[in-house]
Design a protein around this ligand. Structure first.
Ligand SMILES: Cc1cc2nc3c(=O)[nH]c(=O)nc-3n(C[C@H](O)[C@H](O)[C@H](O)COP(=O)(O)OP(=O)(O)OC[C@H]3O[C@@H](n4cnc5c(N)ncnc54)[C@H](O)[C@@H]3O)c2cc1C
Length: 499
């Protein structure tokens, strides 16, 4: 089997992709002449293989039945880190018992629908907590900024094995979509249970049991669990995080800027978008040595209420498989260096999330549920109130607020300069057709649970294997999944060498 590399126009690439077996696809939209780079499979005579050719794409996982296994491990949290850790334990013959504070994915869907309709927040079942973790009702972008995080391709293969579309195997910027993710997560659970694993939903991890090897994959939103772990003396430190806003533009504007549509005939512009899908962006700038950057950009997506505690407003973004809403949103955040003890970092984050809630309440009064404070983008940058707000994808609703005044001055100043820089790069980005919502506070954990770099055991509690985003070693679905696999492998080798 050989591969052929092709550099094509978006229209040509779409036709090739529909007919032939593609193993890599990336888009270069830096220039007006947008190119798609495709790698396709060919046989030994150089003939391209048709899409339906029977070629094994990867080795499928084989899971033993562990129902009678004497070797057991606890997995705390059913997010990407916990689920991939559980699958790895299963593969190695250890019976995983997965405890999850939230509800199963079907019940969780209903809780999230209620939250979006301003019918109340369930603190244990929301956008962050519940089966699949923060990764379930996320955008489902499957890429990691780091190239050194182990076998990313294996994570993609497992997602594919459990139901993700073929594109996750070859897209450089693979994306699943929040409409498909719940079924994939359900398939993982069904496979685990069919082979003897056990799930306990609605179960809070609040007791340490040194006799039970434990993968600790709690995500970055379980502040109560961090506090419990701190009281128990689990080794941790403050870590750098980020704080900012979520900005939303009309998707048509982002398409125009990123695909250089200005000056093109309208049918050509429409065909480009049709062939490439809605455009995304990734922006970064340095303001006086501090990073300001876009985070979790969701083309054709929705802004979502990502709070898991009452009286807080936290925003994040997601999109469905087709990415076809008329909105483009992204976090725009400022890097915040670690300062002070770990618990202080949590308190600072929480104080801003509560402030966002207070600011919305000031406008809405006691009827406030999950609405978010918002300001038009140019007004935010120029320090003016917004007389009205544009249409926005955020289902609970937005209320006008002076984010320029109540965000911490240093964060606000960095954001303003960052937006001006982004506008210099993409003139038109800084516009009052866009809106900013506060606060985007949970881009990563402000705490790191300290562990041995080789054995991955907690420095204070060797039966604990802290991993994933909540442990401070990952930042996204793929890297959390990989970290969960690595932690589980270390746990397996320790348990199995002690037999
Ligand atoms: C709206 C949204 C969109 C996102 N979009 C993307 C994206 O497109 N691409 C991407 O790579 N990343 C995205 N992310 C981030 C991504 O979801 C996380 O990085 C990832 O889920 C972290 O995985 P994890 O397993 O470490 O933790 P989590 O997914 O947070 O899972 C932790 C789990 O542990 C459970 N838990 C916590 N404490 C306890 C306890 N004491 N007892 C029992 N259970 C507990 C929680 O309920 C949760 O289910 C998004 C996040 C959000 C909120």
């Amino acid at each position: 089997m050989e591969t052929r590399q092709l550099i094509l126009s978006p229209a040509e690439a779409r036709i090739m992709e529909q007919g032939f077996r593609v193993v890599r696809r990336s888009v270069d939209a830096r220039q007006r002449d947008i190119r798609v780079l495709l790698t396709v499979l060919a046989d030994e005579h150089g003939n391209l293989l048709p899409r339906e050719a029977e070629v094994p794409l990867y080795s499928k996982p084989v899971y033993p039945d562990v129902s009678g296994s004497a070797q057991e491990a606890l997995v705390v949290g059913a997010g990407p880190a916990g689920l991939f850790a559980a699958l790895t334990l299963l593969e190695h013959g250890i019976r995983p018992v997965i405890i999850e504070r939230g509800r199963d994915v079907s019940a969780r869907k209903r809780d999230i629908a209620r939250l979006n309709r301003n019918m109340g927040l369930d603190p244990s079942s929301n956008y962050c907590f519940g089966e699949g973790g923060a990764g379930t009702f996320s955008d489902g972008k499957l890429f990691s900024r780091s190239k050194k995080r182990g076998d990313m391709q294996r994570v993609m293969e497992l997602f594919h094995f459990f139901g993700a579309p073929d594109t996750v195997l070859y897209e450089t910027h693979a994306h699943i979509g929040s409409d498909l993710l719940p079924n994939i997560i359900r398939s993982m659970r069904e496979c685990l249970c069919a082979h003897g694993a056990e799930f306990r939903f609605g179960t809070l991890f609040d007791r340490l049991d040194p006799s039970l090897p434990t993968v600790l994959a709690i995500g970055h939103s379980a502040h109560d669990t961090y506090r419990f772990l701190a009281q128990e003396g689990v080794a941790m430190e403050a870590k750098g995080c980020a704080m900012g806003v979520r900005v939303e533009h009309p998707q048509a504007l982002v398409n125009r800027l990123m695909y250089h549509l200005g000056g093109r005939p309208s049918d050509e512009a429409a065909a480009l978008v049709e062939n490439l899908g809605n455009a995304s962006y990734s922006l970064v700038t340095q303001v006086s040595g501090t990073g300001v950057y876009s985070f979790c950009m969701c083309p054709g997506g929705h802004i979502v209420p990502a709070a898991s505690a009452p009286e807080t407003v936290i925003v994040n973004g997601m999109s469905a498989r087709l990415r076809n809403s008329p909105y483009a949103n992204s976090g725009i955040v400022v890097s915040v260096p670690p300062a002070g003890p770990a618990m202080q970092a949590l308190a600072w984050q929480e104080s801003l999330e509560h402030e966002a809630w207070l600011q919305a309440r000031e406008v809405l009064g006691s009827s406030l549920q999950a609405q978010a404070p918002a300001q038009r983008l140019a007004d935010f940058v120029e320090g003016r109130p917004s007389a009205s707000l544009p249409a926005c994808s955020f289902l609970p609703g937005i209320v006008p607020s002076r984010l320029d005044r109540w965000l911490p001055p240093e964060i606000g100043a960095f954001l303003r300069r960052g937006f001006r820089d982004f506008d210099r790069k993409y003139p038109g980005f800084l516009t009052n057709d866009a809106v900013v919502l506060g606060v985007e506070s949970r881009t990563s954990s402000p705490v790191r649970l300290l562990r041995d770099p080789l054995t991955m055991q907690s420095l204070s509690h060797p039966f604990l294997y802290p991993c994933g985003e909540g442990a401070g070693y990952a930042g996204g679905i793929t890297s959390s999944a990989l970290d969960g696999i690595k932690a589980a492998l270390q746990l397996c080798s320790r348990v199995q060498s002690s037999v």
